[in-house]
Design a protein around this ligand. Structure first.
Ligand SMILES: NC(=O)c1ccc[n+]([C@@H]2O[C@H](COP(=O)([O-])OP(=O)(O)OC[C@H]3O[C@@H](n4cnc5c(N)ncnc54)[C@H](OP(=O)(O)O)[C@@H]3O)[C@@H](O)[C@H]2O)c1
Length: 223
């Protein structure tokens, strides 16, 4: 179960669900205006208080803010060392941004994760390769294109072939590219549907058909 950025006393939700803390993976991020050494430490503590948790599983820098990265990353490593986050990483970082971070920190603590928008319509092959070479796990947000391409002919055709939904095909494509995939839905039946992606495998030619759909579609942040 992945709970991403849930505000409020999360531990109550966990307790009521009957799940143990270690069965829930909690990610949150330091926001752009909270970057810098002291602000990042404070932002993390504030998040932990609001969540009612001792630690988060993954703490990310939301965005590469010019001139702030080094100090923010220093704070992130302190947060890691103090066990307030089990892992630290970045979000919306391009290759250049990660290279800057690695240079500044002498590659001592490499981000565990880069969370970026990534799907067949925004197939960022070079970033995927770079992360693989540097042992950074790529995590894809908005993996369902925020529903903007679920009716695309190729996706629908492949979905019919496997008896799956277009959403399941996009998630499965991400998994077969070794991505961590975090789809979101407000509907319990869709949340369930989106989790049922481990009982089939896309054939290589279907993966390649999906790979060929890249159109640099950005549904979240337009650069
Ligand atoms: N790091 C960042 O900067 C960043 C930026 C954006 C998002 N995120 C994170 O990424 C996660 C997901 O991204 P997202 O919500 O932007 O996009 P998404 O998961 O690609 O798409 C969500 C949309 O798809 C619909 N949907 C979900 N499952 C479906 C299904 N099985 N069939 C049909 N439609 C379905 C949802 O509608 P219903 O709710 O009506 O089902 C919603 O409109 C979130 O946890 C978010 O916090 C991170």
């Amino acid at each position: 179960m992945v709970v991403n950025q849930m505000w409020g006393k999360l531990y109550m939700v966990v307790n009521q669900s009957g799940l143990r803390r270690d069965e829930v993976f909690v990610t949150t991020k330091v926001w752009n205006s909270d970057q810098g050494y002291h602000n990042t430490i404070q932002a993390c503590e504030k998040s932990l208080r609001r969540l009612g948790l001792m630690y988060v599983d993954l703490y990310l820098i939301h965005w590469p803010v010019q001139g702030m990265g080094d100090e923010t990353w220093k704070a992130m490593t302190k947060i890691l060392q103090e066990d307030k986050a089990k892992a630290i990483g970045v979000s919306n970082y391009a290759i250049d941004d990660i290279e800057d971070l690695l240079r500044a920190s002498n590659g001592v603590i490499v981000p565990a994760v880069d969370q970026v928008e990534f799907d067949p319509f925004l197939y960022r092959k070079e970033l995927l390769q770079f992360c693989k070479e540097n042992e950074i796990q790529l995590e894809t947000y908005s993996p369902l294109t925020r529903a903007k391409r679920l009716a695309h002919g190729t996706v629908v055709k492949i979905a019919k072939k496997y008896g799956k939904s277009p959403a399941q095909i996009l998630i499965r494509w991400g998994l077969q590219h070794n991505l961590v995939v975090i789809p979101k839905s407000t509907h319990p039946d869709r949340i369930m549907e989106n989790s049922q992606v481990f009982d089939f495998q896309l054939q290589q030619d279907d993966v390649q058909s999906l790979d060929s759909l890249n159109e640099n579609l950005q549904t979240v942040f337009l650069n």
